[in-house]
Design a protein around this ligand. Sequence first.
Ligand SMILES: *[C@@H]1O[C@H](CO)[C@@H](O)[C@H](O)[C@H]1NC(C)=O
Ligand SMILES: *[C@@H]1O[C@H](CO)[C@@H](O)[C@H](O)[C@H]1NC(C)=O
Ligand SMILES: *[C@@H]1O[C@H](CO)[C@@H](O)[C@H](O)[C@H]1NC(C)=O
Ligand SMILES: *[C@@H]1O[C@H](CO)[C@@H](O)[C@H](O)[C@H]1NC(C)=O
Ligand SMILES: *[C@@H]1O[C@H](CO)[C@@H](O)[C@H](O)[C@H]1NC(C)=O
Ligand SMILES: *[C@@H]1O[C@H](CO)[C@@H](O)[C@H](O)[C@H]1NC(C)=O
Ligand SMILES: *[C@@H]1O[C@H](CO)[C@@H](O)[C@H](O)[C@H]1NC(C)=O
Ligand SMILES: *[C@@H]1O[C@H](CO)[C@@H](O)[C@H](O)[C@H]1NC(C)=O
Ligand SMILES: *[C@@H]1O[C@H](CO)[C@@H](O)[C@H](O)[C@H]1NC(C)=O
Ligand SMILES: *[C@@H]1O[C@H](CO)[C@@H](O)[C@H](O)[C@H]1NC(C)=O
Ligand SMILES: *[C@@H]1O[C@H](CO)[C@@H](O)[C@H](O)[C@H]1NC(C)=O
Ligand SMILES: *[C@@H]1O[C@H](CO)[C@@H](O)[C@H](O)[C@H]1NC(C)=O
Length: 455
Amino acid sequence: MRVSELLTFGLLQAAASIASPQEARNKKVTPSKRPNHAIAPHHPSKPLPSSPDRTKTCIIQAKGNGTDDSAAILKAIKDCNNGGHVVFPKDQKFTIGTALDLTFLNHIDLDIQGTIQFTNNTDYWQKNAFYQTFQNATTFFQLGGNDVNVYGGGTLDGNGQAWYDLYAKDIYILRPILFGAIGLKGGRIEDLKFRYSPQWYTLVANSSDVVFSNIDIAGGSVSKNPAKNTDGWDTYRSDNIVIQNSHIDNGDDCVSFKPNSSNIVVQNLWCNGSHGISVGSLGQYVGEVDIVENIYVYNISMSNASDGARIKVWPGAASALSGDLQGGGGSGAVKNITFDTMVLSNVDYAIEITQCYGQKNITLCNQFPSNLTISDISIRNFKGTTSKKYQPLIGYLVCSSPKVCSDISIENIDVKSPKGTNLYTCGSIEGIEKQVNCTVGGTKGGNSRRGVELW
Ligand SMILES: *[C@@H]1O[C@H](CO)[C@@H](O)[C@H](O)[C@H]1NC(C)=O
Ligand SMILES: *[C@@H]1O[C@H](CO)[C@@H](O)[C@H](O)[C@H]1NC(C)=O
Ligand SMILES: *[C@@H]1O[C@H](CO)[C@@H](O)[C@H](O)[C@H]1NC(C)=O
Ligand SMILES: *[C@@H]1O[C@H](CO)[C@@H](O)[C@H](O)[C@H]1NC(C)=O
Ligand SMILES: *[C@@H]1O[C@H](CO)[C@@H](O)[C@H](O)[C@H]1NC(C)=O
Ligand SMILES: *[C@@H]1O[C@H](CO)[C@@H](O)[C@H](O)[C@H]1NC(C)=O
Ligand SMILES: *[C@@H]1O[C@H](CO)[C@@H](O)[C@H](O)[C@H]1NC(C)=O
Ligand SMILES: *[C@@H]1O[C@H](CO)[C@@H](O)[C@H](O)[C@H]1NC(C)=O
Ligand SMILES: *[C@@H]1O[C@H](CO)[C@@H](O)[C@H](O)[C@H]1NC(C)=O
Ligand SMILES: *[C@@H]1O[C@H](CO)[C@@H](O)[C@H](O)[C@H]1NC(C)=O
Ligand SMILES: *[C@@H]1O[C@H](CO)[C@@H](O)[C@H](O)[C@H]1NC(C)=O
Ligand SMILES: *[C@@H]1O[C@H](CO)[C@@H](O)[C@H](O)[C@H]1NC(C)=O
């Protein structure tokens, strides 16, 4: 062998020993720095646990072409659990076609720089998505455990079109939720894009001490079948949660507080096309006790929506809003809720409080008052204009009995309809006529104005 040949051979060998093709690609991958956005201006009710630095890195490579990456993803997450950092490199498109149970996580960061798309195999997901019982919700994956951070600037794509079209044919199909935080204790979900969820974008259940910051939500249908029930966030059986600094373009609740949501701060959101920031619906199930308390909603921009601030409670008697949405008769309490600072544009009702949810017959609703009380509510500092839909009305404040609604304060609401009016439908709330301009005649209007919505 000549010297030059020896040299080439040596170099080739050296190259092979430092890097397999995969390692060479991985060398170009830069793990993201953990963002840790400030939580401001309002702070979580309780201090958040600290999250130690991670000491190990695992990098996943997408197979490409829609091939299921689930096995490799699960392996990398297991390899880097207990103190590691898993990178989904940017410019790569990952596919998940298998339901992943990630409730075993412990001290781990998931750095999603690329795109993760879920398959649209509706038969598979209906059989295998994680069933969460409450409202028949299912999730593509369930992410839980202790101290989990997810960030990286990448995208989770629910590939929803097949679901929107299938739901138009059959409202009883179970459409997975894009992001399931289930039993997550301590975590930050930041700097991500959520796209085309089959229904709700995020379910936060059995979780505590979790922050969502800088999440960008968008996606709709390209067919004649709309993307329905695409709530931004639903919290359930969860405590000490922050949702902030996010941009939501959707078609149902921007954020919704479901049963047993407590100590939640929602701030600095831009919501377009939604059904507002909602407490409820609550009291749907006989024999269940639903509590929503200590909620602070601050600085929301709300446009092209059905509502700004909303509290929706089922009456004491059974009611049906639609085939897949029935209930009433449950008990519980909504207390200590603040909606402070909202700018509205083209919103049907600036404020809506109902204890007759799902019940079109107000006489019947008043005959069987809700078993769920509403108290200590402050709604203040709103400005802007409503849509033409209910003008001259700009709001709807109807309880089922003054006995179950108290301490409702509505102040500094500078909102007008396009015609310049500021009237509300009022019913069964003591002293409400001293706070807002009620229409003469009290409890007119009803609840029959909307189609199916979850829930
Ligand atoms: C993906 O599919 C294209 C076209 O079918 C093919 O040319 C390419 O090699 C495939 N890539 C991979 C990574 O399989
Ligand atoms: C939450 O925890 C309860 C009690 O352990 C359990 O029954 C339920 O399935 C869990 N998940 C959800 C979504 O409620
Ligand atoms: C779940 O779906 C079943 C079957 O479609 C329906 O009968 C039931 O009322 C739903 N349950 C809830 C809690 O919505
Ligand atoms: C299913 O997803 C694939 C991959 O994104 C896409 O090419 C296809 O058009 C989708 N099918 C439907 C019916 O949406
Ligand atoms: C209110 O939220 C917007 C984002 O929608 C943000 O730009 C603005 O700084 C926030 N204002 C305050 C006082 O926090
Ligand atoms: C806001 O929502 C409206 C109607 O829902 C939609 O037409 C519009 O494109 C959305 N705007 C943005 C900036 O997303
Ligand atoms: C909510 O909390 C109440 C009071 O602690 C409890 O009785 C009820 O079972 C809880 N409901 C759910 C859905 O977890
Ligand atoms: C009411 O809720 C706020 C959070 O919005 C909390 O700071 C305050 O302590 C709560 N008040 C009571 C009496 O629990
Ligand atoms: C509201 O919807 C209209 C028309 O659909 C759109 O032009 C406008 O930009 C939307 N507002 C926002 C803030 O997106
Ligand atoms: C509404 O409920 C009342 C009281 O139960 C009943 O008398 C009336 O017939 C109901 N009206 C309609 C339109 O069903
Ligand atoms: C719910 O309210 C109805 C009518 O107001 C009453 O008959 C029923 O006993 C109540 N149920 C509970 C569990 O409080
Ligand atoms: C009721 O309407 C009158 C006339 O527009 C207005 O001066 C007054 O401020 C309104 N009251 C409230 C509480 O908005």
